[in-house]
Design a protein around this ligand. Sequence first.
Ligand code: F0G
Length: 443
Amino acid sequence: MTSEERRVWQLCAQCGTRLPDDAPESSCPACGGLLEIQHPTPRELEPGGTGAAGLRARFDARCCMTGDGAGRSGVWRFADVVHPSATHPVSYPEGNTPLLERERVARWAGCEGLLLKHEGMNPTGSFKDRGMTVGVTQAVRVGATAVACASTGNTSASLASYAALAGVPALVFVPAGQIALGKLTQTLAYGARTLLVRGDFDACLTLARQASSALGVYLVNSINPWRLEGQKTIALELLQQLRWDPPDWIALPAGNLGNTAALGKALREAFGWGLIPRLPRLLSVQASGAAPFWESYTHDFSTRRAVQAQTLATAIKIGDPASWHRAVEAIRSTNGVVARVSDAEILEAKAVVDSSGVGCEPASAASVAGVRQLVRERVISPGARVVAILTGHVLKDPGILQSYHQEQEPRPALANRPHEIEPALGEVERILEHVREELREKS
Ligand code: F0G
């Protein structure tokens, strides 16, 4: 095997153009198509070596490493299959998120083996940090003078933080009035130049792509292949937490489809390289008002129609997802399923996740709502081992919480209204009695 063949390449899925891993483009310079990172297999890397077993042992040995930066990261632990030639990672560090067992959520979903992978426990509160550490590392590596993204809020918060870590100016495009308060304020706090675009996310992405090619800023949306390499580590880390014994299903919310694409790639590679003995099935869940991918899935992906997105889960309020083709590949290659759930179902799932003490943002709860739907439809068996990805933190969207718990009429079943009281013991006693009564009724 030549050193050429051992290299990591960026490959255009559309026209076959192949670029070295240090090329500064974030999409294909020949046709504008999306690039994909191509890794050599462990056997190609180390002919006669220990292959997948050696790779697994290396990943396991790096768990919980102490010291500074990259050694402690749940992304860079997997550097061999993410970005092997990155010598100076821009790392918070990130990843190392918990895999949780919560009986209350499992019971609600009707799936006793349900586990929650809480990506909201990343440093800026969403899974985006896993892709961003790799995207910004690559930006620095190729000498970018500014970085940019379009976002529904989480990518912008993450980019703002990592750009600050790297000392590179960041420009973010977000739909004016349509991103959650926690995300907007985070983005401002970390210091990104924030453009409130009078349009939807799809308009923001078009503008960011134009700015990238016309003004030479490095785009780190999930169309950037390095972002997806980082996001693959959600799957790699959960497989490692399960001691490389894969679950039957992995459920995740879907908007721009970068994450669906990344998880599909991670699973295909992990299976192809022998890291896992079976392929889990992907369940990609959209909000009913923003479900072009679901609609296409119901026609065996023979159609593609953009929609005017409408959902209170603003993170996934996207009508024309960019990573379409690679997400189709992810669903097909994992024998996956695409589902859609209503805003009411998302809110109910969120209230269950929240009141179990875990908490997540609205879009994240779509994964749990999707699992419940598929169990009811008997596609997922109640005894299946399922991991639902919670993509963002409960504090990302305080507006939704305030409305659900304090304002909405009629009062939602799980609303937890606060009580304003006089500073008098009698008032506390009255409320405590009320709590006890409720408990008696439930038992
Ligand atoms: N969950 C959350 C919390 C998100 O922020 C996003 C996407 C998704 C799920 C869907 O992932 O787009 O890869 O299908 N947020 C992007 C952003 C669009 O700009 O923060 P996807």
